[in-house]
Design a protein around this ligand. Structure first.
Ligand SMILES: C[S@@+](CC[C@H](N)C(=O)[O-])C[C@H]1O[C@@H](n2cnc3c(N)ncnc32)[C@H](O)[C@@H]1O
Length: 210
């Protein structure tokens, strides 16, 4: 693969892999353990460098984790990060066109991807379609007002400092207006309005049941 096949998007992917994806390692572990699925099939939409997939699959050979992303650079980084782990499959795919049959997955996650979705409706419909009845969809976004629990962060030599993280967190987080708009999209999707809206560490999350 060329070093920058997607130009600026590749650059952002490398920076994300070397920065936030390192700092948030304990958060990926926490989310994986908190969702706590140990067997079956798990789909992560917008998997980026793959860390939630990797943490979810670790120690659970009965679990098949699929990560999809539209960025080939992110997927190449995820492929390197997964270090041959057999129960993690990474595929280039848009959340709006998931090439899996209906009812394939027991759980679907999406972490800090929804703020990129220009049209959430088709993505939500696809996630609903590929979930098995009773399956759950967990959507996490940065909470700009959230406290950053120290145990959710990994720092090399005290870097990054809190002030850098908070600034980045506020920039990436969804303000209340965007969050309300996303909730309205979910309410008009096949999931309907019965959605849990929770604050979770430094994330806000929605939990939707199929
Ligand atoms: C900020 S990164 C988050 C990556 C990862 N979930 C994490 O928490 O480390 C957002 C990712 O969502 C992906 N993405 C955005 N829209 C997407 C879509 N429609 N389908 C699949 N992936 C998408 C982007 O390519 C990017 O890799």
């Amino acid at each position: 693969m060329a070093l920058f096949p997607e130009g600026r998007r590749s650059l952002i992917a490398y920076a994300y892999n070397a920065g936030p994806a390192v700092a948030y390692q304990p958060a990926y572990r926490y989310i994986a353990a908190d969702i706590g699925v140990e067997a079956g099939a798990w789909l992560d939409v917008g998997c980026g460098p793959g860390w939630l997939c990797i943490r979810a699959a670790a120690g659970h050979p009965e679990l098949d984790v699929v990560g999809i992303d539209t960025s080939e650079t992110m997927l190449a980084l995820a492929e390197a990060n997964k270090r041959g782990r057999l129960n993690v499959t990474l595929r280039k795919m848009d959340g709006a066109q998931i090439i899996y049959p209906a009812g394939t997955f027991n759980v679907v996650t999406s972490v800090q991807s929804a703020h990129h979705w220009t049209a959430p409706g088709p993505i939500l419909a696809e996630i609903h379609r590929v979930l098995a009845p009773g399956g759950k969809f967990y959507l996490y976004e940065a909470d700009p007002d959230g406290e950053i629990p120290p145990e959710w962060l990994h720092r090399r030599a005290a870097w990054p400092p809190d002030v850098v993280l908070r600034r980045r967190w506020r920039r990436d987080g969804m303000d209340q207006t965007r969050w309300d708009a996303l909730r309205a999209e979910v309410a008009s999707s096949p999931f309907g309005a019965d959605v849990a809206d929770e604050r979770h560490g430094f994330y806000r999350r929605l939990v939707c049941t199929r």
